[in-house]
Design a protein around this ligand. Structure first.
Ligand SMILES: [Fe+2]
Length: 463
């Protein structure tokens, strides 16, 4: 308190009023902080739900063209490779940092620079100074594709310890889908947010059946930690990847195990099990009778939905007709401050860690990557880093439908599977352990034949 006990001359009215206003401001600040500490109010709770028309028609055309020529083409290439290797079609998940890579290209992309400046101007006008964009992402929803099917927070928000971050999710194009994804609003789910408070997590919901009312779901608290700083240093990066794979597997298996027990044990004994082990697995069951409610918001092309840091959310999962689709681009915005912890279970940081120029130093101020010049050369790949990267299991976290006991085992890795370390690919004999190559024919790398969709699996086209 600024004026506590200080004497003022009654005649000095102007000073007195200024002083009192300062006091009121301080009281408000203090009480806001107190309410937040008590978990009854979030600093982002007053943000507007949407911002109208933050991009104009030419910006939208530019971004749509960028998506179709770069992001979608890359997806199609990967799907072609997966098909050729006999692997399942990969999900078209949220794609991170593609705009940043384009922005940092040479020569600079003036159209994209203009769009980024426009976004920063909107952010500063609407939310005040001190925020930076930490990554960009694409959201592509079709009848076949759900980019983020799990109910989650975005744990990267928590890197600086601030709680007033937000996503701007900008609708670029759609067919009969003029709305956002699903959000668990605080006012509709007060009991849920009383449990969640200001922590980051994922919600593993009970889908149906009698157990839906007895225990409607389990919360997994994201394991934010300082040790992933090892990812940020070139010489410890591989060690961090090994640790990341092991811990992701641990969280994934423990969640699957607990959700398996949830189906098979009486709810009272399931709660006992979680009471004993929940601290280890970072799991908390929801109370009986809690009803989870979501909302989605109508948007027009060019509008931005504002997702508040503390809001659990998921992609809308209604069955769609084939002609329906929705394309959005998003940016994550965080208040600048020193990095205090890292997430290692989310996909955005996993991509960021491929680039030496995108390091977040522990204790150092969160960088403003979108307003400086960077060399986006990635780390050199080895078979080990490639293997560890693809083995990170963040996709499986939150998959409450997975089985544990009695589940079909994961399909055995094919010996010519490109994800296997070279030494384990035994199909061609001893060439990976052979030291003497004199006189040996070296013609193993036959180019893949890319087969168009209509020929795939059709005996008419068999050779
Ligand atoms: Fe998200």
């Amino acid at each position: 308190m600024g004026s506590g006990g200080r004497c003022m001359r009654p005649t000095d009215l102007k000073d007195r009023i200024a002083f009192d206003l300062k006091d009121v401001h301080e009281v408000l600040q203090t009480s806001t902080l107190l309410l937040f500490v008590l978990g009854t109010m979030a600093p982002a709770s007053e943000y507007p739900r949407k911002l109208d028309q933050i991009l104009d028609a030419s910006d939208i055309e530019y971004l749509k063209k960028f998506f179709h020529t770069q992001v979608e083409t890359e997806w199609e290439r990967n799907e072609g490779l997966a098909k050729a290797r006999g692997l399942p079609k990969p999900r078209r998940s949220l794609e991170y940092y593609t705009l940043l890579r384009q922005l940092q290209g040479k020569p600079r992309d003036a159209s994209l620079e203009r769009i980024i400046s426009k976004l920063y101007a909107v952010i500063e006008k609407q939310f005040g100074p001190g925020f930076v964009i930490v990554h960009d992402f694409w959201s592509w929803r079709t009848a076949q594709n759900v980019p983020a099917e799990f109910i989650h927070h975005d744990p990267d928000f928590w890197a600086t310890g601030h709680h007033d971050g937000f996503n701007l999710w900008i609708l670029l194009d759609h067919k009969n889908m003029a709305h956002s994804f699903d959000i668990f609003l605080e006012q509709d789910n007060p009991e849920l947010y009383r449990i969640v408070k200001n922590k980051a997590g994922r919600l593993l919901p009970e889908k149906s059946g009698a157990r839906l009312t007895e225990c409607p779901g389990v919360l997994f608290w994201d394991p934010l930690s300082w040790w992933p700083v090892l990812y940020e240093w070139p010489y410890t990066r591989t060690l961090a990847m090994v640790m990341g794979v092991a811990l992701n597997k641990f969280w994934q298996k423990s969640q699957n195990c607990i959700m398996y027990l949830k189906q098979r044990l009486p709810t009272w004994s399931f709660r006992c099990v979680l009471g004993l082990t929940g601290w280890l697995f970072r799991l908390t069951p929801l109370p009986a009778g809690l009803v989870l409610k979501t909302q989605r918001f109508g948007l027009e092309v060019g509008d931005a939905l504002v997702l508040r840091q503390y809001e659990l959310h998921t992609t809308d999962q209604d069955p769609l007709q084939d002609h329906q689709f929705r394309l959005a681009v998003g940016v994550k915005v965080v208040r600048q401050g020193p990095i205090v912890q890292y997430c290692y279970t989310g996909p955005a940081s996993r991509i960021r860690r491929n680039y030496p120029c995108l390091r977040w130093g522990l204790g150092q101020v969160l960088p403003d990557f979108y307003r400086c010049e960077l060399d986006m050369e990635p780390y050199p790949e080895t078979w080990l880093t490639r293997f560890l990267f693809s083995a990170t299991a963040e996709k499986a976290l939150g998959d409450s439908g997975a089985k544990v006991f009695g589940e079909e085992p994961e399909p055995p890795s094919r010996e010519d599977d490109g994800r296997l370390p070279v030494a384990l690919r035994l199909k061609h004999g001893k060439e990976h352990s052979r030291l003497n190559w004199v006189g040996m024919p070296l013609a193993r790398d036959i180019p893949l034949k890319m087969v168009p969709d209509y020929e795939h699996g059709n005996p008419m086209f068999a050779e």
